[in-house]
Structures are given as structure tokens and as C-alpha cells.
Design a protein around this ligand. Structure first.
Ligand SMILES: Cc1ncc(COP(=O)(O)O)c(C=O)c1O
Length: 407
């Protein structure tokens, strides 16, 4: 008798569908498609030579430790390095407050695993990171959605949500150069958010993969730096400042919560790979990462500027798009008549791809929105990609207005 797979899956597996992004990335793997879809860093910037030397050194100096099982908390010198660096950004912590994870994606999964029973609620920004929704969905939560404007999450609406809604387990926020919008939360709202979380005893998960990639303007303190009561769980990653293939991230949290994360991580993977932790420590220990961040910023700033100029030139005048001061993404809102999922089919025919915005909305709104990535595409292709997209949008708008007047 054949195995009837569908009948065997646990009910939580229903929440585990392939993301829009993964499906799109399959199409855009064709070399002639200009992909503004992924969130990939520019591979030109990967510190390949530094890692070649570091891996060689690690294997030579202490190959046995690099290839042996290691501590679940992570490689101590790397945790010490991170604690020192984060303290420099105003997030006072010691190595004991840092847990190394397999990218921050693992931390998001651990949040669900540790905090969510089916039907529990998470406060999220609308829109929010699709990969977080995917991680949380496995645990069958409900979402209490809070809107955003150019100053980030509308924190004034949050208090209402916190008092009205039941079973809220945590607030998930990406306050700096958010994925997908590129927006940042104002300082005033950051303070208010932390204040509200403390007042109501609800933890905040601050997901911060892009915070260091600022191309202009003043540095803003993280929520963690403003946290005096220990209510912020801070998630960081090397993915956007060194390389995502390392799968190295970290959690900084109050000791009690960190211990729970440790117990959640152990049954999943025992620990994060020692070889890449040790090599990363070698790469980082003499200040390399600060110079690397500066190189990345100069490189991406140029690409962001090219994309914004091309959007001004080629997108319809009634389209709105963000002008992010950092990060990897621009978010566009098109006239209501344009369904961006349908638009994507036209766009891929024209050999350009983007991510339709609906998947970033837990309430399935945002049908006329899209996320555009500028970090992974060279400037001439960025211009051409946005030009093709602008034409595809115009064709949709023309068709919509023709059908309105009955042509
Ligand atoms: C907001 C956000 N959180 C988490 C992640 C996952 O990052 P990592 O590679 O560290 O798992 C991403 C990746 O793009 C992201 O944009």
C-alpha cells in the first residue's frame, strides 16, 4: 500500500507552505531574468579570501575543536566579541547574555516553539517579514496587526491592541530598515514602544539584520539599547554584514529567557557549527567587520540611489515608494487597480521579477504592493529592470482604464 503522506502530517504542517519568495526565486534563477525579488547580499562583497585564510588557520591551530561537537551556547570567544561590539552600540551585555543561533531565522522559529500555543497572538507590523510569518505559522498563532507609516509601526495604536486583545505573547518588530518596506521607526516611537512593552509585561522581539547598513542620517538606538527592564529580545545576524551562507546569528535576552532558548535549541541542532563560528571569530577579531560594513554601505548606497532614480523615471506618478535610508529594500504601493500577483506574471514574461506584497500581510491585504531589492543587482540592470517593470505596470493600468470605458 502506498504511503498516504497528506493523511500523516501533523495539523501544524498546514502552516508550512513554501513561501512566495522561494517559488519566485526558482523562476528568477534563469540568467536572463533581472531579479529584484530576493533579499540577497551582493556576492562581490563576500570576504572570501579572509575566510579562506581563517578556515585554514583554524584547522591548523585547533582542527579538533573545529570539527568536534561544541557548546550549545556557542563558541565563547565569538560570544565575547559580539558582547563587546553590541555594548559599543549601547546594548550593554556580556558573553553570558549571547546565544549563537543558525541565523536569526532559527531564533524566529525558537520564538514560536517556546512561546506559542495554537491560538496565541503575536503583535506584528503590517507589512512584516514573510520569513517570520512562515516561522510563526508552524505554531498556529493569530496575528494582531498594527499598521505602519513612514515613521514605522503606529505605536499609538499598539496600546489599544495590548489592552483589547487576549493571549498576546510577544510583539515582533523590525524597527530599522525593515524588511519589506525599508522604513525605520522614529526615536520617539522606539521609546514609546519599549515603554508600552514594559507597562504591559509583553516582550518585544527586535529583529535587526539591517541596522548597521545606514546610508545617510543619524544612527538611532536599538530598542534593546533603550530597554531598562529586560523586555527586549534582540536578534542579530552576520548574514548581511559578512555572508548568509555562514548561517550565524545571535540572541541577546534576559538570562531566564536565554536559558529557555538554549533548551529550545538543543533538541533542534545541539549547537551551531563550530568551524564557521571559529573562522568567523578569526575574521572579526581584529576589527575587519567595521571596515567591511563601510564597504558594503558605499556599495549599496549607489544601488539604492540608482533604483530610486529609475523608479522616479519609470513608475506612474500615482505610485508611491519608500526612500529607505538603509537596508536592502524599497517598497512600492501601486494604484489599487493593479494586483501585483497578476503583474508578476506579466513581469516575468518581460524578464524582470519582484515580490508581490500580499504575502507580507498576515491579513492578506496589500494586493497592490511590491517589494524591490537593490543589493543584488548591478546598476545597469537595476535601471533596466525598473524600466521593464514600469512598462508592465503601465500596460496593466491602460488595460484597466480601457475596460472601465468599455473599449
Ligand atoms: C527581517 C529578517 N529577519 C531574519 C532574517 C533571516 O536572516 P538569517 O540569514 O540570519 O537567518 C531575514 C533575512 O532576510 C530578515 O530579513
Amino acid at each position: 500500500m502506498p504511503v498516504l503522506w497528506q493523511q500523516l502530517y501533523a495539523s501544524r504542517a498546514e502552516g508550512m507552505r513554501a513561501s512566495d519568495i522561494r517559488e519566485i526565486l526558482k523562476v528568477t534563477a534563469q540568467p536572463e531574468v533581472i531579479s529584484l525579488a530576493g533579499g540577497l547580499p551582493a556576492p562581490e562583497l563576500f570576504p572570501i579570501d579572509e575566510y579562506r585564510r581563517a578556515f585554514e588557520w583554524v584547522l591548523e591551530a585547533d582542527g579538533a575543536s573545529a570539527l568536534q561537537y561544541g557548546p550549545s551556547e556557542g563558541y565563547r570567544p565569538l560570544r565575547e566579541f559580539l558582547a563587546q561590539r553590541l555594548s559599543g552600540f549601547g546594548m550593554r551585555c556580556t558573553a553570558d547574555d549571547v546565544l549563537i543561533t543558525n541565523g536569526s531565522q532559527q531564533a524566529l522559529d525558537l520564538m514560536g516553539k517556546l512561546f506559542l500555543d495554537p491560538g496565541d497572538q503575536i503583535v506584528v507590523e503590517r507589512p512584516t517579514y514573510l520569513g517570520a510569518l512562515q516561522a510563526f505559522n508552524q505554531y498556529q498563532p493569530r496575528y494582531a496587526v498594527v499598521g505602519m507609516d513612514d515613521d514605522g509601526m503606529c505605536v499609538d495604536d499598539l496600546e489599544h491592541t495590548l489592552t483589547r486583545e487576549d493571549r498576546i505573547k510577544f510583539i515582533y518588530a523590525i524597527p530599522t530598515f525593515q524588511n519589506p518596506t525599508g522604513r525605520s521607526m522614529s526615536l520617539q516611537r522606539r521609546r514609546r514602544l519599549v515603554e508600552l512593552a514594559s507597562k504591559y509585561g509583553v516582550p518585544i522581539v527586535e529583529d535587526d539584520p539591517y541596522g548597521e547598513l545606514r546610508y545617510e542620517g543619524e544612527h538611532l538606538p536599538t530598542l534593546k539599547a533603550l530597554d531598562t527592564t529586560g523586555c527586549v529580545i534582540y536578534l542579530g545576524t552576520f548574514s548581511k554584514i559578512l555572508a548568509p551562507g555562514l548561517r550565524l546569528g545571535w540572541i541577546v535576552a534576559a538570562p531566564e529567557a536565554l536559558e529557555a532558548f538554549l533548551h529550545g535549541k538543543q533538541p533542534t541542532d545541539l549547537h551551531t557549527g563550530m568551524a564557521q563560528q571559529m573562522a568567523t571569530y578569526e575574521v572579526c577579531k581584529n576589527g575587519f567587520v567595521d571596515g567591511q560594513v563601510e564597504r558594503i554601505k558605499a556599495f549599496y548606497k549607489e544601488r539604492r540611489d540608482v533604483m530610486l532614480r529609475a523608479l522616479e523615471e519609470h513608475f506612474p506618478s500615482d505610485a508611491h515608494f519608500t526612500r529607505p535610508a538603509g537596508g536592502l529594500f524599497v517598497w512600492a504601493e501601486l494604484p489599487r487597480t493593479v494586483d501585483t500577483r497578476a503583474l508578476l506574471i506579466d513581469a516575468v514574461r518581460d524578464k524582470v521579477a519582484f515580490v508581490p506584497g500580499q504575502g507580507f500581510h498576515p491579513d492578506n491585504t496589500g494586493t497592490n504592493t511590491m517589494r524591490l531589492n537593490f543589493s543584488n543587482v548591478p546598476p545597469d540592470q537595476l535601471r533596466e529592470g525598473v524600466r521593464r517593470l514600469g512598462h508592465a505596470i503601465q500596460r496593466r493600468l491602460d488595460t484597466a482604464s480601457e475596460s472601465r470605458v468599455g473599449i
